[in-house]
Design a protein around this ligand. Sequence first.
Ligand code: ADP
Ligand code: MG
Length: 908
Amino acid sequence: MSTVHPSRSTAEALLADGTTVELRPLGPGDHKAVLDLHAEGMSEESRRMRFFGVSRNAPARAADRLCGPPRAGLLALGAWVGEELIGEADCELLDGPPETAELALAVADRWHGRGAATLLLEHLVHTARAAGIRFFEADTLFGNRAVHRVFADLGLPVERRYAQGEVRVRVPLDEEGGERYRSAVDERGRRADVASLAALLRPASVAVIGASRRAGSVGRTVLGKIRRGGFAGEAWAVNPHTREIDGRAAYPSVRALPAVPDLAVLAVPAGAVPAVAEECGAAGVRALVVLTSGLGPEQARGLMRACRRHSMRLVGPNSLGMAQTDPAVRLDAEFGGAFPRPGTAGVAVQSGGVGIALLQRLAWLGIGVSSFVSLGDKYDVSGNDLLQWWEADGRTDLALLHLESFGSPRAFARTARRVTRTIPVLTVDAGRSAAGRRGAASHTAAAATPTVTREALFRQAGITATRSIEELVEVAALLHAQPLPDPRGAVAVVSNAGGIGILAADACAEAGLILPELPARLADLLPPGASVHNPVDTTAAVGPTELALFLRALEREEAVDAILVCIAPTALCESPGQDPVRALLEGPARRRVPIAAVLLDQQVPVRYRGCADGGMLPTYSDGLSAARALAHARDRARRLAEPFSPPADAPDCDRRAARSLVDGHLTAHPEGGWLDPLSTADLLEAYGLPLTTTVWARDEHTASVAASGLRRLGHEGKVALKAYWPGQVHKSVSGAVRTGLGSDAEVRSAYREFTRRFGGELAGAVVQPMAAPGVELLAGVVQDQVFGPLIVLGLGGTAADVLADRVARLAPLSELDLTAMVAELRSAPLLVGNGGAPPVDLAAVRSVLARLSRLADDFPELVEADLNPVIARPDGALCVDARVRLERRPSFDPYLRRLRRPAAAEAE
Ligand code: ADP
Ligand code: MG
């Protein structure tokens, strides 16, 4: 077993109560802190539990052991709140059992019960795994319930052996059963996140810092809104230059306030932000909303430092503010528009302008807001945080997000998949088609863009993505007030003017909805001349009573999952006794199936009309909008109906071998880049990806020797020879691939040809046995800026670019994803046996995808992988060409709980 090197990287993360702690390896400089922790931070009883017999030297021995000169085999991690070391977790390799380390944990008494031990352990597990440790062992006292609880809750399997009042605990750290551990980590992360946001979203007191006397200044405007909005708590103004604002006292500093505010809203010049933030933190403020924009890098770092050190969550900078409509809080701390009406829609926007537009439209429509946050430059609090808050706040049943970028795409996709199971999440996708794929050179990367719409990716994450704010509001109107349709999505279109109905039916069909046949007997309910072929034409003569009866009959039809009623204002409608709109308003808004109305004389795109049952009927000015909204609702219903599918199985992946390969490459090439052919082969092998035998040859002679060994493995006794030089892109187009070489003379002449053609550039060549022919597929990984890794499957080989037959899905792939990917290929018939050809080994193709998914999920550093072709045959699948590109990534475990570090505030 190799020596263990403590990682120097530090992270910030949240305790269960929302306190920010810093986690970093312990070193010689921490001797006194460790001594204090054990000697003063812990009672005698705690020490007895920790060290068994109480020895007066125990704290000193612990400090010496953990903070001596760095020792191979020891990993020690400290958790700090400000300057205080509140706990430590360490493990040290044992002499006896291999890959096993003795674990120890200590948390200061006054920090017990806040999840510090679990958090330390999670991070130690992460570091230990990376260092090749596979088991933790610890002796614990039988009566040490706290420690046993920590182990039990961790989410990893725990083996216990009992002997004489002691329990020997053994925890395997392997990835098997990883989903249970990940869910446990997720759940803890969710709770801590929500706890940390309370000071921001439900503060009991607020200070506005930088509120000036000048009318129209940002600070003063916000202060005025907070006061006029009827904030339930205390609101103070802080301004060193004035004694009063609007007839109320202003205080010279945060320290001078009568009490410490939970939340501070900063409207000070950029240069003052770091110092003011630090002052707030030192005073005990728990959250900041920074309205100031234009912070330079130094100011950004100063702000972040203050927030992390003092456990403050941060909205902004460059935020428009936030609003909480809960009557128990009533906080209007934003300078956007009118205070939103209380309601159940959660709104978070990155751009302030979009926020104003969105709130205004929701107000026109009559959808109230639970909380609103303008995220601004999103140094800390992001859409992800808000989704978790709304999931838990008991008031929100609809989430509206405007997204431009994500701090941690993987975390977002994972959270969204969960949250969208309970509440609909709607977003405007600006449709930046090439996002995140710039600079991509391989087939897979270039391929992903045209075929994989971001809309499809949003759908996989369970999010309803719209193309405009208008569309967002139109869909929200339906989802907010109407039931979801059956996932089948069969719509009955009804109109009082045939042509309008046909247009609406076209819109439905284009949106992917189906229009079922309706029973002829329904025609009996309508005036003579009516047609009940879907779309239904009631004729203009239809009266409110007839239409009401007809709708009632329609909603009971098994074939109907949703109703779209279009009403054109004919002259007949002008007589109240004849107005078909009355049939809608005097009937129920909530029926067995969702109903949307199109009123052609309506001037606004969408509005609500109150119905007899007190429910709301969304009415649209045009059929396209209504059809689109119904299609989104159908998509959501489908999503909710999907059974849970576990992550696809990829047994026997050697994560440690792959980790050391990736780390090794990135240490040698900090700027990242493509792996050479042999490292690529090693990486794929570690994850069980079937690359054909690949032998390196540095000259003509070694090529000839290698070929003679490989020839008998090759199809018809032949080999392939491929020239290699660093940075090469497509080999065959530049004449770097020679296939079907049967004799030694052919191999030698091919190599000489490479030398002539590529000269000094040529680094060598790889020799492979010729694979038997089959269906050439491509399989790969690309990174999407928003969603993280996508797994791509397509038709491969030289036809790849011409036919562009590809599907992509978010990693990690589920078993269902695997099935869907293969089925969605246009070339699927080639795989399942076409025209008498035997079907290919689909299990082998699925295994390639599952393993790629696992690899991408385990290694965010893998920014691009392109296996092309993977030759699929009845007897298996074999890759003959693979390229992998690595890049250093700041965080390498998506499931490790840690706060994001905004790029703007990263240290130089
Ligand atoms: P590139 O994609 O860089 O042009 P490849 O290594 O994929 O180069 O080779 C191009 C084509 O040559 C493949 O699509 C495949 O049809 C064929 N080929 C390459 N290597 C082999 C092999 N070992 N066995 C069979 N066919 C091969
Ligand atoms: Mg290729």
